[in-house]
Design a protein around this ligand. Structure first.
Ligand code: HH2
Length: 259
């Protein structure tokens, strides 16, 4: 999954693809680089980010979704708002990536009605407050239980079980130790469900490597991708699709063998 942030304030690429044309060009490039899905988002969820009004989020993402889907790219919409998800699905998106974990009944209904694929992610708190001293007794167990419960609610609302991926939400209400514990135990996080992880360029990689500039963390991201795939991840959400894809392919060949 290639990341396309149509925002002025995303933590590593904010402002680079705010104009529709630049965003569409970048989305096509991600697809050419080998992304199976391009994830279009119009609201930054970095720690401390301010919410974006629905009309502004729609203005940013809809023309981009429409153009990419029209060009044959599989698009997911990264949004917490049912209205944005519904409009994006109408415009050709096929997957809803909701970092609030489909907590809203409206969002579950929109996804079920459209027959959309769904990413159910774990977040503790909201982007505005999630990094204020997050605490868990057993982070892997608690995240796994949360995801199982949210998947249950989505299935009850009519989303087919096989259309759902779960995501531990790296960096969403988690310390570096929480992130590392989750990444080291992805099979326990997902149970029998396919797991997506989104470590790309995030702060814990800067802490570990000392690389301060997020845009310079693709090498560290590739290391996480390889280990995540070896540890059972089915999908990874990255900015650098070429690097991520190559790391994933090599990891898979080592773990599953070369056929
Ligand atoms: N991370 C971000 C946004 N959406 N979706 C999923 N499923 N998993 C993630 O880990 C995830 C996500 C945050 O990263 P990014 O989009 O690069 O930055 P920003 O939120 O500042 O736009």
């Amino acid at each position: 999954m290639g990341i396309l942030n149509v925002t002025p304030d995303s933590f590593s690429d904010g402002g680079r693809h705010l104009a529709t044309e630049a965003a569409v060009d970048r989305g096509m490039e991600l697809a050419r680089d080998g992304a199976a899905v391009v994830d279009v988002g119009g609201e930054s969820t970095r720690p401390g980010a301010d919410p974006v009004p629905e009309a502004e989020e729609l203005r940013r993402v809809l023309p981009v979704v429409e153009a990419l889907a029209g060009a044959g790219v599989t698009v997911s919409i990264d949004t917490m708002k049912p209205g944005v998800a519904a409009a994006a699905l109408e415009a050709g998106a096929r997957i809803v990536n909701d970092v609030s974990g489909l907590g809203s009944a409206d969002m579950r209904r929109v996804c079920a009605d459209a027959g959309a694929g769904v990413v159910v992610m774990h977040m503790r708190g909201t982007p505005a407050d999630m990094q204020e001293a997050p605490r868990y007794e057993d982070v892997v167990g608690e995240v796994a239980a949360f995801l199982a419960s949210r998947v249950g609610r989505a299935v009850e609302a009519g989303v087919p079980e096989e259309a759902i991926l779960v995501d531990p939400g790296i960096g969403f209400g988690k310390t570096i130790r929480h992130n590392l514990a989750l990444l080291a135990d992805l099979r326990a996080v997902g149970g029998s469900r396919p797991v997506l992880v989104g470590p790309s360029r995030k702060g814990f990689l800067g802490t570990i490597t000392g690389v301060a500039d997020p845009a310079d963390r693709d090498r560290a991201t590739a290391a996480v991708v390889a280990l995540a795939v070896a540890g059972g991840a089915s999908a990874v959400r990255v900015h650098d699709v070429r690097g991520g894809r190559e790391a994933a392919l090599v990891a898979r060949a080592i773990v599953r063998g070369w056929t």
